[in-house]
Each structure stands twice: as structure tokens, then as C-alpha cells.
Design a binder for this molecule. Sequence first.
Ligand code: MIC
Ligand code: MG
Length: 308
Amino acid sequence: MALFSSGVSDSAKRRALRAGLNSGALQRWPGAFSPLVAKIVAETGFEGVYVSGAALSADLGLPDIGLTTLTEVAARGGAIARATDLPTLIDADTGFGEPMSAARTVATLEDAGLAGCHLEDQVNPKRCGHLDGKEVVPVEQMVRRLGAAVSARRDEDFVICARTDARGVEGLDAAIARTRQYVAAGADLIFTEALADLDEFARFRDAVDAPLLANMTEFGKSELFTVEQLSAIGYNAVIYPVTTLRLAMGAVEDGLTQIAAAGTQAGVVDRMQHRARLYEFLQYADYNDFDSSVFTYRADGAGSPTGE
Ligand SMILES: C[C@](O)(C(=O)O)[C@H](CC(=O)O)C(=O)O
Ligand SMILES: [Mg+2]
């Protein structure tokens, strides 16, 4: 990867995202809660990166109930998108306001370098899609939300994904009927939230003529289906939205508990990402090569090449 920021242009990333959705192969997009995690997602061979609203708010110490602002989401999402050559899809919740605000959201996320975003049909304040007690807006309101978002797009390759939360509120048939209208309103991709079983995913596939995205979030309403299972029914993309955050936070809590008890981190060092591996992800050596006359640090800590 190029230094400082991805060398792949925003428009090339958007075209890559679309090509993946049309490729016939399931696109796997793990959530990255930080720019560094996005680099690990790329290194481990996934097709794209997802930025989760749940993870972004949790990282700020907040629940996922629509408290974050467009400014916060675009800044963090942009930093993540620019840290990788992969395309990044971001969670834009309900669009941060009325249809005019959803339109501004798209323009802002385009400027931030995202390849696409999803907008959901919940009311504000929104809830995690896998919790009970959500409410959805009338279908006409979501169609206006999407229409405004689509019309604000300046790069026609920026992917607008429509998410329906209606399955748990109005039932599967209503959710399917809604998404057909979302496709007619210009949605490029449909996010089928919180379906009950694989048969419901298959019924969505049969009924909707657009690329479909499955959410394999842990501890939610959907079973964790494999890439093979989702591919077999013809889904186009899968997200693992909060997975990396849950993995990392599990390790952080366990490790700190052990350190607090033992009085040293010696017992957990072998579970850590090594300094050398971190430096590989950060391309320390490439920064050094970039220009040794302006570079004043050495990865081995042996002093500066300028002798200062
Ligand atoms: C996909 C999601 O919108 C997210 O913000 O990551 C969440 C995930 C979660 O809370 O597990 C969702 O509402 O499904
Ligand atoms: Mg979300």
C-alpha cells in the first residue's frame, strides 16, 4: 500500500465494490473498528471493509441508539477507508435526520472516501436491529429518504444500500414488499436485517431482484451461517460487523484481569501482536526508505539516522 493513505482512488474502490457485488461470489466485509484493523482485514484476504455504527459508538463508550453525529461517523469512517486499498461500506443509520440530511450524509461520506453506505428504515432514535422494540417509518418516508440520498450522489458508483428492519416489526412479507420499493427508489444493495432462519434468507433471494447483504452479527436474532450456506442461496455480501471489536475487547478484558492479578504482563505477552508485526502493518520500513533525510526515527530504536 502507498504511504500515508491508500493509493487506490475513491472511484476505483467504488467500482471494485460494484464489481464484487456482480461477480457471483459472496463478498465478505468484516467490521474494522479502527484504521489499523482495516489493514489486518486486507492482509487476511477479505474483499472489503465494513464500518459498523454499533462498533463506532461502542468505541466512544456509547450505546448504539443514534447518539453519534454525521461529523463523528464521517471522520472515523474516512480514516478507516483511507487506511486500506479495499472498498469500505459504512453504516449511516437512518441518515442523521430527515431526507435532506440523508442527502447531505451521502455527499459527506463520498467526500470522506467511503465506497458506499447503508440507510435503514427505522425511526429515530434507532435501535440495534437485533433488539426488540424497534419501530420502522412508513414505506413512503423511507422511499423519500432513499430518493434524496440517491439524488445527492455525485459519483454514480457510490453504493447506496437500503436496510430494512421491518422483519421483526411487520413480518417477512412486508419486509420483502418494502425492499422492492427501495430498489425502485434507486437502492443498489438490500440489507435484510434480523431474519429468523436460512429459509427467510432464501425467500428474500427469490423475491428481490437486487444484490443482497446478510448480517452475521453474534448474539443476535440470526444464526451464524457460513460463507458456503449464504453463497448457496445466492447472497452477494456478508458483514461481520462487531466481530473484531468483540474479539479485541474479549482479549483486552482477559489480559488486564490477568495482569491485575499477577502484577506483571509477562503471562500474556505471547498473546499480543508483536511489535514487529505491528510495524509491518504500519510499513515502518517503507517510511524509513521514503526519505532517510527527513526520517528521524528508527524502528529498532537505535537512534536517528541523522545522528541527532
Ligand atoms: C449492523 C449493525 O447495524 C452495526 O451497527 O454494526 C448492528 C450490529 C449489532 O448491533 O450487532 C445491527 O443493528 O445489526
Ligand atoms: Mg448499525
